[in-house]
Design a protein. Structure first.
Lengths: 365, 365
DNA sequence: CTGTTAGCGCGTTCAC
DNA sequence: GTGAACGCGCTAACAG
């Protein structure tokens, strides 16, 4: 098998195809690129030559001249977390359906990592990016503005950034939390613990202090906390700082804090958990205290899963449209990429309270 | 603000930086690209100009001339699945640490999608790819060979392909399954159900038929089944085709099949579940039959999670190093990308049986 | 050490 | 309809 040009690494170029077909590069490019007009005859010759040589377009080169990479980026806290995994799945599926591929970057809630991630995506000339940002204040959004300034469309997902007037795809965390806590209140509870939320080193002395802390933390955490307070307010239940968790958001800490709330003289009779590990941490504390739900304490948590449904008793949970969040974000982004005006609006998807059997009346009732 | 060249979309090129600094393109390229030698003086001038203009290298153009994209691809069944999410997290983290980014593609176990995915990655000129392939037979690996032929290194993860002599990063599924089933046997069980595995439409009449079906299905499923049989054989427990699940691998089906096994005259006293949803499906069947574990039936499952630990009683589970699988695969791949010889070996990571409280003696004992 | 020049592979005017 | 020639932004030989 002699003389075949660059058979080497199977890297066949359009010129080689043209040569094989006996036509000019442009003709080959036109038929292979699917643009312009080519006579049926030459067209066939080119196609045959491409087939024979095993030609595959070099997307990089194509991007070079067209300026579009058909690639988007998605930046989340942790792709290993089932919530973000589902969300990223939605992004990948929706973008793939429209001919785009997805680069995934995890930041582990580190703002510097997030900045680095946007730079990577800018450098790789993605056509747009989706960010579940850890940024909260107006000073932390420089990297997002930078991307925008460089012509890379951005849509926010899961977490809105009030300081930024951008398209965002979220659920109504505040309302979902309020509904859950209302449910607890309706069952007769007045001592309701809030597990997980804005991370604080000090217990908040006042409600104002709590909200201030929330403003320095993740948007979702703040919203869920506000929903909790909303429900309390509506029912005229005074806010008790002792009933909110303080410290790092890790399962162990949730266990400790719930244990503390359980040891209070006037102890909690219900718990609202804002995340999976807040719930599992709480469950550990209950077991350690030899308490059971919903008899001793009622439970509602965020992020439903197959496990929550098979717990005994099954857990009442808030289900988020994880896949939908990502898919919608991709749709909105690609609409912009493909010419639509950036809507700069907040798209709110519906969450759903799945009522099972972890809520009952408080012990005394 | 007049006359600034292509201030337009912030798309500053290296030539503009060179002009601003009053040096040749090459000098600018050398300092900005971090290669070759440049005098400290000019170096400073270039850096200042780049800073002033907000220069960012175009990774696409760079890839064009260097031939490396600093991007790898990872192909899995479903990024939304916590197992693959963790695995992909490992890939992303490990590759990012070495300056590479990751494109993620889900195939939903569809071989055509898998082929399409490899093509996408080839076209985008990734430097390598990691695949958890749905391919089993030698005829289904054309796309993998194609990638290899085109010079794109491939490493397999989670699932080996015996027909292919490639680097693979896996756990010893067979051994892990055997250990779990042995544990059940040691507790006195002889009627042990196998939930989830090679999907079959017909119940296997014989053991031979079962193994034949396994050969047409996912590698992991076959291995876990073999481990189950190994343990049975060692204990001289005859294989009973009625104790293996038949049908599609969905939670509902697991529930139905476990219900069936529970209704058998000589019913099961233990269950080995090979995946999360096989376990949750089984749990649903137990509840429906008003049976509890480990009193009525003992349980061991694959893929540990925070939920499994807070079940009551907590579940004995096999923990896979999900993040580690992905990270190791990325390491092996990047070693090859960066010049190492493809080892063509199977790297086996350790899984771990986490003993909790879902195994007890059989009811009669 | 520095600047000039030639590609990388493809899209795209512009004459033929 | 078709083909030659130029440009995308960068790296890498090659001279100076």
């Amino acid at each position: 098998m002699p003389a075949e040009p660059s058979q080497a690494a199977g890297r066949v170029t359009i010129s080689e195809v043209a040569a094989e077909a006996g036509v000019g590069r442009a003709t080959a490019a036109r038929t292979l690129g699917g643009y312009g007009h080519v006579s049926p005859e030459l067209r066939q010759r080119v196609l045959a030559a491409a087939e024979k040589l095993g030609y595959r377009a070099n997307a990089l080169a194509r991007s070079m001249s067209t300026g579009v990479s058909h690639t988007i980026g998605v930046i989340v806290a942790d792709i290993g977390n089932p919530f973000f995994a589902g969300l990223v799945g939605g992004v990948c599926d929706a973008s793939r359906a429209r001919g785009f591929d997805t680069i995934v970057l995890s930041t582990y809630e580190d703002l510097d990592e997030e900045v680095a991630a946007t730079n990577v995506l800018i450098d790789k000339r993605v056509d747009g990016m989706i960010i579940a940002s850890a940024a909260v204040s107006g000073r932390e959004v420089g990297h997002v503005k930078e991307a925008l300034k460089r012509g890379v469309p951005v849509v926010l997902v899961d977490r809105a950034i009030p300081a930024l007037d951008l398209d965002a795809v979220v659920i109504d965390n505040r309302d979902a939390a309020r509904e859950a806590v209302e449910r607890l209140i309706a069952a007769g509870h007045r001592r309701i613990g809030f597990v997980w939320g804005p991370s604080m080193t000090q217990p908040p002395a006042t409600r104002r202090e709590l909200l201030a802390a929330a403003a320095r933390n993740l948007w979702t955490d703040g919203e869920r906390l506000r929903g909790y307070l909303d429900a309390l307010d509506d029912a005229r239940i005074p806010f008790d700082p002792e009933l909110v968790m303080v410290g790092r958001k890790v399962e162990e800490r949730a266990t400790e804090e719930v244990a503390r709330m359980l040891a209070l003289p006037n102890r909690i009779t219900a718990l609202f958990c804002t995340e999976t590990e807040a719930m599992t941490g709480a469950l550990r504390a209950l077991r350690a205290a030899r308490l059971s739900y919903p008899r001793d304490v009622s439970l509602i948590g965020f992020d439903d899963s197959a496990w929550a449904a098979v717990m005994d008793p099954p857990l009442t949970m808030i289900e988020q449209p994880v896949h939908g969040l990502g898919a919608k974000a991709a749709e909105v982004l690609l609409d912009i990429v493909q010419g639509a005006e950036a809507g700069r609006e907040t798209h709110t998807l519906r969450s759903r309270l799945i009522v099972r059997s972890s809520v009952g009346p408080p012990p005394g009732a």
